[in-house]
Design a protein around this ligand. Sequence first.
Ligand code: SAM
Ligand code: SF4
Length: 336
Amino acid sequence: MTAKARFPTRLVDKFGRVVSYVRISVTDRCDFRCVYCMDEDMTFLPRARILTLEELAFVGRAFSELGVRKIRITGGEPLVRNNVIKLFQDLGSLPGLEELVLTSNGSQLTKLAAPLRAAGVRRINISLDSLDPERFRRITRVGDLERVLAGIDAAQAAGFERIKLNTVILRNRNEDEVLPLVEFARERGLDLAFIEEMPLGVIGDHDRAEAYYSSDDIRADIERRYPLVPTTESTGGPSKYFRMPDSDVRIGFISPHSHNFCGDCNRVRLTAEGRLLLCLGQEHSVDLKHILRSHPGDMDRLKQAIVDSMDIKPHGHDFNLREQPLIFRHMSHTGG
Ligand code: SAM
Ligand code: SF4
């Protein structure tokens, strides 16, 4: 591209939805193998196929100059990527960005919570599906609960403005942990979001339709002890929030099956391979890595591709737990 192009200051799709939030997967690798996320035997991408930290920072800058206000770094487990703090530092200094956030399994936080906070991360999500060490190990296949709890302590000590726990509840695996997890969140002053399992990738471990435990089931479990009052609060994502009358803690529900959230979707995702996915539940995408590698440093070309991608953002997902997954990407590849 030669003449200086003029670009919009916000991204709007063909349904009028403003895209102000990007989730970036910085690696498909992980030190856990959660049963709903990965197969036991996973083949990970060779290093050359994933974006470099410099390429990731360049894409982050393009998005922020196009009006994106929030970037979430995710994966795989983002904190197992070498030197990832450098990326947080680069993104944390982008002038237009209002929020730089992270989703992590917590395993590396004893070491990295303080550097992340110093790089400008204000809020983090930590995944926690069980408070029982053996069961935690069964769900993550290899994870160590003590280490994650120590990571949560480190995050609290590092002074993040808000920490939210993410929990996937599966019938006959951990549905009896709803109330213990709510109690834990209340004691610690942490928000807690329950996510319905999504049919992404073949997992082999369980039948997803059989394991389905809906947000309404979870809500009913909680309301046996604590009445939940709906709030209109939003953290800019798909969670619908509730409060308990006697606590500051917010309880969120991410309910792709029971309460579809596509109508007000404000998000796109970048896979570790540099594919810009316009919807978690569809395959519409643009290969940004190709642009980055065939025209290195060409910011205008990259921005034009992002602006054009808005035309193919689909209206919504078609998740169906009773059929074989239509989406063969695992969540770890896509970036949850
Ligand atoms: N490794 C980090 C973690 O676990 O927080 C970040 C990536 S992980 C893919 C992000 C979130 O996606 C986690 O909270 C995880 O529980 C959730 N997740 C993974 N697979 C899922 C699935 N099939 N359906 C719903 N949520 C899923
Ligand atoms: Fe790893 Fe997160 Fe997937 Fe668990 S949910 S296997 S921690 S990427």
